[in-house]
Write a protein of this length. Structure first.
Length: 133
């Protein structure tokens, strides 16, 4: 019934996913990313970019606690919150898929190696995109 569905919606299930769309192209030999198709079209012209997406899972309470725990560092005996570690940990916990393909057209898996291989600009853009959602 409706009450049961409302209660169940407070839990994060493995099937809970959402997509975050963005657009990527090349400008003056450099890869550039845009949040909207309109921004990409204004900068690169119609058809001068490719649509992409991140597939994400909402953070459960347990995942959120894990992100917070990994965002702390020991500074001379004091625990200090590190926002860079927080953004990185949140990204790694949230992103479960993306639309990036390798040279053979196969989807690039999401794992620590591939996330670590992102260019700095791409990683910052994607983390900001996810954080601003």
């Amino acid at each position: 019934t409706t009450l049961f569905r409302s209660i169940m919606s407070i839990f994060v299930r493995k099937s809970d996913e959402y997509n975050v769309n963005f657009f990527v192209g090349t400008l003056a030999g450099k890869t550039v990313s845009y949040r909207t198709e309109t921004e990409a079209e204004e900068a690169l012209g119609k058809g001068g970019f490719d649509p992409h997406s991140l597939t994400c899972r909402p953070l459960s309470y347990a995942a959120s606690m894990k992100v917070q725990e990994t965002s702390l560092r020991n500074d001379d005996g004091r625990l200090v919150f590190d926002p860079i570690k927080f953004r990185s940990a949140r990204f790694r916990q949230s992103v479960i898929g993306w639309s990036f393909k390798d040279e053979e057209g196969k989807t690039v898996p999401v794992n620590d190696d591939t996330i670590g291989s992102l260019s700095e600009d791409a990683a910052i853009f994607l983390m900001n995109l996810l954080n601003d959602r």
